[in-house]
Design a protein around this ligand. Structure first.
Ligand SMILES: NC(=O)c1ccc[n+]([C@@H]2O[C@H](COP(=O)([O-])OP(=O)(O)OC[C@H]3O[C@@H](n4cnc5c(N)ncnc54)[C@H](OP(=O)(O)O)[C@@H]3O)[C@@H](O)[C@H]2O)c1
Length: 351
């Protein structure tokens, strides 16, 4: 007779309201009455059941929480009311019907904001092969944020030694890595962030050549002229809006702009416009958007570059860990007021 599968309680973070404006704690419910059978159903040909350890708090999640009929809709699958939030995380395989994964494997990739997840299509799940680094790093440095920084900087911008690089939201999990990768390439790197503490971290811990607090600058164009008297070769855009408009005025001929994210725009009903688009024409700029999913195939190459740098302590990383699934919503909300310092992680269960 087939063995009965163990059934456990499964705490979940569920979408209660579509987000309007800034995402709020009250847009979520913590559901405590769900259960999960710890066996992949036989009907699933390649399902993987995982126990979640860490979740990655990422700004795009708030975008997926909005109800929208915009033309971008076809590109994204938004969360529906009552569904569990899905995002990147680190987990351990409890049961698998997929040939690539077996019980006990550590993995990172798309999972649920819950204690246990059944992943029906584990196509973007990676097996964790290197465990001599903290497992939580696979939410950021060795996961989505790291690959984003790598793809955006090296594939989109192709930096060269001596070039001048500007990074906005530079103390966030992507920005702090872009700056360090650019420094390792021999670039001159300046970042912007929203507090004196973060500016200090950028200069004294993450090795940026300089940094400024954008909230203390009345005139962003004047600030950029002060920090880049000869102009910017490469801009890594995490913020959009007024910052991007000021950057356009300060780019050098043949400069490159990687549009990674638009932190200042996600909650706007009507996005801010750009006025300095003529710079793109006059200075022969290339401005290119990208998504981390464009670079998943480069993950092994990325690991080859970054793992030795971590082991030799040439890359510094900071994590801001919120303990407990029930604190996930507040951690996500905090990204939009800059409450996080470095990568915002949610600890679901200890390894
Ligand atoms: N293209 C992709 O595939 C991809 C992948 C990952 C991330 N992203 C995007 O990349 C950007 C950075 O992500 P991340 O994970 O590094 O971020 P993060 O660690 O979540 O940090 C976000 C930071 O953005 C800053 N911020 C918030 N609101 C802002 C505003 N109105 N103006 C300026 N700064 C603001 C805050 O720092 P301050 O204190 O400095 O304000 C906050 O700490 C986001 O736009 C994200 O959506 C894109």
């Amino acid at each position: 007779m087939a063995e009965e599968a163990e059934v456990v309680k499964n705490k979940q973070v569920v979408l209660k309201n579509y987000a309007t404006g800034f995402v709020k704690d009250s847009d979520f419910i913590i559901k405590t009455d769900s259960t999960m059978s710890l066996k992949v159903p036989e009907s699933s040909s390649k399902g993987v059941l995982v126990k979640n350890f860490y979740l990655s708090c990422d700004p795009y999640l708030s975008f997926l929480m909005q109800k929208s009929d915009s033309s971008l809709e076809a590109q994204f699958s938004r969360f529906s009311l009552g569904s569990t939030i899905n995002g990147f995380g680190v987990a351990k395989v409890v049961d698998s019907r997929h040939p690539k994964f077996e019980k006990g494997d550590l993995v990172w990739g798309i999972t649920g904001w819950e204690e246990y997840s059944l992943i029906a299509e584990p196509d973007s799940l990676f097996k964790i092969e290197h465990t001599d680094v903290p497992l939580s790093h696979y939410t950021g440095l060795l996961g989505m944020s790291g690959l984003t920084a790598y793809g955006g900087l090296f594939e989109v911008c192709n930096p060269k030694k001596g070039e001048k690089v500007f990074v906005s939201a530079a103390s966030g999990s992507v920005g702090l890595l872009v700056g360090q990768f650019a420094k390792l390439t021999g670039c001159h790197v300046i970042g912007s962030a929203g507090s004196r503490e973060k500016v200090d971290l950028l200069k004294n811990k993450f090795g940026f050549d300089d940094a400024f607090n954008y909230k203390e600058e009345q005139d962003l164009d004047a600030a950029l002229k002060r920090y880049f008297p000869e102009g910017i070769d490469i801009h890594f855009e995490n913020v959009g809006g007024k910052m991007l408009d000021a950057v356009l005025l300060n780019m050098r001929m043949h400069g490159r702009i990687a549009v990674c994210g638009l932190m200042s725009q996600y909650h706007q009903e009507k996005p801010e416009g750009l006025y300095n688009v003529a710079s793109i024409l006059i200075k022969r700029l290339r401005m290119e958007g990208f998504g981390v999913f464009d670079y998943l195939h480069l993950y092994p190459k990325f690991l080859d570059l970054v793992l030795p740098q971590i082991r030799e302590k040439k890359i510094t990383y900071v994590e801001d860990i919120a303990e407990g699934l029930e604190n996930g919503p507040a951690a996500l909300v905090g990204l939009f007021s800059g409450r996080n310092v470095g990568k915002q992680v949610v600890l679901v269960a200890r390894e």
